[in-house]
Design a protein around this ligand. Structure first.
Ligand code: TMP
Length: 213
């Protein structure tokens, strides 16, 4: 019998239009097929309160610090109700975005002081960091072209190129700052190529987690 021994917290990041959402379901299915019990969730959101905050965050104009505070309020609830309990049960958590998105969007994109962001991070989750973060990276023009023009774009998706350039820049800075945690995915590749890369990375993680008895 093999057993998966360690709960893992995996996050997915990237600018709007990078295509990460397509791959989260694939990763969840792959891990489940390999015996992992997991919770798939997202930010902002993931709880009943968080989903209400998401509605506000994606559609209401607000001061940039209000936006950052609400992102972290949603996150606080998410950690308390979903992430921490799942990890304590020994389950894996895969989250569509986490705190790197606040650094990238509110810090990079909107220009909020990163030291304030660090204060919020240290307050809301002093002990918790993802074990692994997939950063789906694409040039801005590719991301823009991928945004579905048939539906109404939300507040963030309507932002201009300079906002996304600054957001992407901050993501790349974070990836360089935390190389052990980040795995860069060249999201200009085909879906099949990206899945192949994901499988390789997930297999390494699964191997580290298997204990035979
Ligand atoms: P999604 O479209 O990937 O679900 O994400 C919703 C939007 O929220 C996306 O444009 C990024 C933004 N966002 C932030 O600005 N800060 C954050 O901390 C998070 C989690 C998301």
């Amino acid at each position: 019998m093999t057993q998966l021994t360690t709960a893992r917290f995996i996050t997915f990041e990237g600018i709007d239009g990078a295509g990460k959402s397509t791959h989260i379901g694939f990763v969840a299915d792959y891990l489940r097929q390999h015996g992992v019990t997991l919770v798939a969730t997202r930010e902002p959101g993931g709880t009943s309160l968080g989903e209400k905050l998401r509605e506000l965050l994606l559609h209401e104009k607000m001061h940039l610090e209000t936006e950052a505070l609400l992102m972290f309020a949603s996150r606080r609830e998410h950690i308390a109700q979903v992430i921490a309990p799942a990890l304590e049960r020994g389950e894996w958590v895969i989250s569509d975005r986490f705190t790197d998105a606040s650094f990238a969007y509110q810090g990079g994109g909107r220009g909020m002081d990163l030291r304030k962001m660090e204060v919020l991070e240290a307050w809301v989750h002093p002990q918790l960091q993802p074990d692994l973060t997939f950063l789906f990276d694409v040039p801005l023009d590719v991301a823009r072209a991928r945004l579905d023009s048939t539906r109404t774009l939300d507040k963030f998706e309507q932002e201009q190129a300079d906002f996304f350039a600054a957001t992407r820049h901050e993501y790349l800075r974070r990836a360089a700052q935390f190389p052990a945690r980040f795995r860069m995915i060249d999201a200009t590749q085909s879906i099949a190529e990206i899945q192949l890369e994901l499988v390789k990375l997930l297999d390494i993680l699964l191997e580290k987690n298997v204990a035979s008895d």
